[in-house]
Design a binder for this molecule. Structure first.
Ligand code: BMX
Ligand code: CA
Ligand code: ZN
Length: 319
C-alpha cells in the first residue's frame, strides 16, 4: 500500500502523521503551533518530515508524497503560503517546496487546510459520492472548502472558499481579515471567546466574578459550559454564534446549491447539538426550494480529517 506524510497546520495545533491510501492513520503526533516566527514552523516541518522518512525506511513503509494542509491563503500550484491572518503569526510569503527541498525528494502538495478537509470528506467520508458539498471547520478560525460538480473550487490561485470571512453584518465586530461581522468573528473558537469577553467587560464586576476572575484567559470551551448551566450572557453569545452561522450558511446554499454541509473542527466535534440548531434556523430563513433537503452532518472521519486530507492530495489529484 502507498503511504503519504500528512501535515495539518492550524492556528492552535499542527497534526502530523503517516497516512495510508485508505485513509488509515499509521503514526500521528500533535504539536502546538509555534507562536513566534514562521521559521519556527518551517523548522518543525523539516524535522517532522525527516523523522517520518527515517521511520518509513526502518519499517519498510512505501512513502509517495508529503501533503500539507495549512490555514492561510495558499498558491496551491506553486506550493507557496502567500498570507495568513494573525491566527498564525508571521505566516506570509513562504515557499514551502523550496524550504523542504533539502529535506526530501518526495513530491510536496500544499493546499488550504479546509480545502484538504473537503478532499478527505469527499473521497472517504460523509461526502463520498456527493458531488456538491460545502465543508466548514469550526476551530481557531472558520475554514471553508467547497466541492461543486465533483471539483474542489479554488479560484484563480487557490484562495477561493475563505468561507469564515463571509460577513453577515457590516456593522459587526472587526475581523482580522480586514472586514467586519465575518462568521468567524461570531462562531469560531476565538470569536466566541472574544464576544464573551466583551460581554463580561460590559457587566458589573460582581456579576463578572460569578463567571470567571480571569476574562483574559477564557476559551470557547468555558462559554459552552456556561451556556449549558444556563448563564444568560453565555447563552446570548452561543445563540448569536448559531444565528451568524445560519445566515452565513444560507448565503452559501443560495450561492452553491449544495446537497450536503459537512462540519468539522474541535468546536463542531465537541458540540454536535449545535448542528441541529443551525439546520432548523437555516430551514426557517433560507429560500425554501434551496434549503429544503440540504443535509448537515459532522465529519465522518473525526478529528483526523484534516490530517488525512492533507496526506490524501497525491491520490485525489491522480484520480
Ligand atoms: C482562518 C484562515 C483560513 C483557515 C481558517 C481555519 C489564516 C491563517 N486562517 O479563517 O485560511 O482556513 O482560519 O483555520 O488565514 P484553523 O486555524 O481554525 O484551522
Ligand atoms: Ca478554504
Ligand atoms: Zn474576516
Amino acid at each position: 500500500m502507498e503511504y503519504s506524510i500528512g501535515i495539518d497546520i492550524g492556528g492552535t495545533k499542527i497534526a502530523t502523521g503517516i497516512v495510508g491510501q485508505q485513509g488509515n492513520v499509521r503514526y500521528k503526533r500533535i504539536h502546538p503551533t509555534p507562536n513566534s516566527t514562521n521559521r519556527e514552523i518551517v523548522d518543525l516541518l523539516k524535522q517532522t518530515v525527516s523523522e517520518y522518512m527515517k521511520l518509513a525506511t526502518e519499517e519498510n513503509i512505501n512513502l509517495v508524497s508529503v501533503g500539507i494542509g495549512s490555514a492561510g491563503q495558499i498558491d496551491y500550484k506553486n506550493g507557496r503560503i502567500l498570507s495568513g491572518t494573525v491566527n498564525i503569526k508571521d505566516w506570509n510569503n513562504i515557499d514551502i517546496r523550496e524550504s523542504l527541498s533539502h529535506t526530501t525528494n518526495l513530491p510536496i502538495y500544499l493546499d488550504n487546510d479546509a480545502n484538504t478537509f473537503a478532499i478527505a470528506e469527499h473521497q472517504l467520508g460523509s461526502g463520498k459520492g456527493v458531488d456538491d458539498l460545502v465543508c466548514l471547520t469550526l476551530g481557531t478560525g472558520i475554514g471553508g472548502g467547497i466541492v461543486s460538480d465533483g471539483n474542489v473550487i479554488r479560484g484563480k490561485w487557490g484562495g477561493a472558499a475563505e468561507l469564515g470571512h463571509m460577513s453577515v453584518n457590516f456593522n459587526g465586530p472587526d475581523c482580522n481579515c480586514g472586514s467586519k461581522g465575518c462568521i468567524e468573528t461570531y462562531a469560531s473558537g476565538t470569536g466566541i471567546a472574544n464576544r464573551m469577553r466583551e460581554k463580561l467587560n460590559s457587566i458589573d464586576a460582581g456579576k463578572r466574578i460569578s463567571y470567571t476572575e480571569h476574562p483574559d484567559m477564557l476559551t470557547s470551551k468555558e462559554v459552552f459550559e456556561w451556556n449549558k448551566t444556563g448563564l444568560p450572557e453565555a447563552k446570548e453569545v452561543i445563540d448569536q454564534a448559531i444565528t451568524a452561522l445560519s445566515f452565513g450558511i444560507v448565503n452559501m446554499i443560495h450561492t452553491f446549491n449544495p446537497s450536503l454541509i459537512i462540519f468539522g473542527g474541535g468546536l463542531a466535534e465537541a458540540n454536535r447539538w449545535l448542528i441541529e440548531e443551525v439546520q432548523n434556523k437555516v430551514n426557517a430563513i433560507g429560500m425554501p426550494s434551496l434549503v429544503k433537503g440540504v443535509e448537515m452532518k459532522v465529519s465522518k472521519l473525526g478529528y483526523d480529517t484534516g490530517l488525512i486530507g492533507a496526506a490524501y492530495q497525491v491520490w485525489a489529484t491522480s484520480k
